[in-house]
Design a protein around this ligand. Structure first.
Ligand code: IPM
Ligand code: MG
Length: 362
């Protein structure tokens, strides 16, 4: 039996998580999978229930599960909490504690959605990128960090704050291996994205990535500055196969890249460890409190995250493919949630979209 920990978060989590579970339940019957769900709170929900965004109990349950499926965390109502109590802290905390250093964010545009991409169809068509984002280092976690008050030359007291962009060679090496191995199963191209014209940490990133690339002679390695990459992603996204990058650049570029696929509501992700702790799956979009409770959120990113779980954690390729095909079939028939609407389509609710996808599973 596979024990899946369902981490219930904030905002639209109440809608996207049941959607993914219903799809898993359906696929589990077809493929005779033995999946069991346990539930724990995270983020604002955990703060309400237990006074902290990442309770020890949640972490323990995560550690002892076979895989973790997470909704999204965050709400404006927690913006004034101390940094340690903010919902986002729980997300960063669980990633770090479980050593989930490799975040895979596939940016694959469905043919059916090319028309609803804000980019011109001939640019969006056939885009298929895997963003490999390092997830447990960089300015997100670098020490020292802090804030304080200092005196200016003209004797004024002003506030300042700083974070630390830092990577060591071991961290770079292990994420580079993930990117090169992924490229081997794809179009054998890795583009390392950084800011090596300015940052020392990027220069080290390049040096170590080059060194690792020697073990993957069948994979072509190129380098690109992050500002240029931001532009190339909308000028000519087809040129990319695997993008290897650090935590903050990966965060920004993946939101940008999601628009190629029509909406942030389409992008799943997988966060992998070295195998000694369970992997975690989550949509890349946030908790979207503004649309929560309206039955209009796109459940596809979470449903595809559940599919990635079947593939990466349980090696259930057929069940994974079945979910992808079902999503594609529903889109082909013209059904759309609001965020991916186009001229001729039928707009449906979250629950309707989920039911449609389930009806297409085989
Ligand atoms: C993401 C999110 C998170 C991140 C936030 C919610 C902390 O934007 O998963 O991309 O920055 O990693
Ligand atoms: Mg993000």
């Amino acid at each position: 039996m596979k024990n899946i920990l369902i981490l219930m978060g904030d905002g639209v989590s109440n809608e996207i998580m049941p959607a993914a579970i219903e799809v898993l339940d359906a696929v589990k019957k077809i493929y005779k999978l033995d999946l069991n769900y346990n539930y724990a709170p995270i983020g604002g929900r955990a703060y309400e229930e237990a006074g902290v965004p990442l309770p020890d109990k949640t972490l323990e349950m995560a550690n002892s599960s076979d895989a973790i499926l997470l909704g999204a965390v965050g709400d404006v109502k927690y913006d004034s909490l101390a940094p340690e109590l903010r919902p986002e802290k729980a997300l960063l905390g669980i990633r770090k504690k479980l050593n989930l250093f490799a975040n895979l964010r596939p940016v694959k545009v469905f043919d059916e959605l090319v028309e609803s991409s804000p980019l011109k169809s001939d640019i969006a068509k056939d885009v298929d990128i895997m963003i490999v984002r390092e997830l447990t280092g960089d300015v997100y976690f670098g020490e020292p960090k802090g804030a304080g008050i200092k005196k200016t030359l003209d004797n004024r007291e002003i506030k300042y704050a700083f974070n630390n962009m830092i990577y060591d060679e071991d961290e770079i090496r292990r994420i580079a291996h993930v990117a090169f191995s992924a490229a081997r199963k794809r179009k054998q191209r890795v583009c390392c994205v950084d800011k090596a014209n300015v940052l020392d940490v990027s220069r080290l990133f390049r040096e170590i990535t080059k060194e690792v690339s020697k073990q993957y002679e069948d994979v072509e390695l190129s380098f690109m500055y992050v500002d240029n990459c931001a532009m190339q992603l909308i000028l000519n996204p087809r040129k990319f196969d695997v993008i290897l990058t650090g935590n903050i650049f990966g965060d920004i570029l993946s939101d940008e890249a999601s628009t190629i696929c029509s909406s942030l509501g389409m992008l799943p992700s997988a966060s992998l460890s070295d195998g000694s702790s369970p992997y975690m799956y989550e949509p890349i979009h946030g908790s979207a409190p503004d649309i929560a409770g309206k039955n209009c959120v796109n459940p596809i990113a979470t449903i595809l995250s559940a599919a990635m779980m079947l593939y990466y954690s349980f090696n259930e390729k057929s069940a994974h493919d079945s979910i992808y095909r079902a999503v594609k079939d529903v889109l082909k028939e013209g059904y759309r949630t609001k965020d991916i609407a186009q001229k001729k389509c039928t707009i449906v609710t979250t629950t309707k979209m989920t039911d449609l996808i389930i009806s297409k599973l085989k």
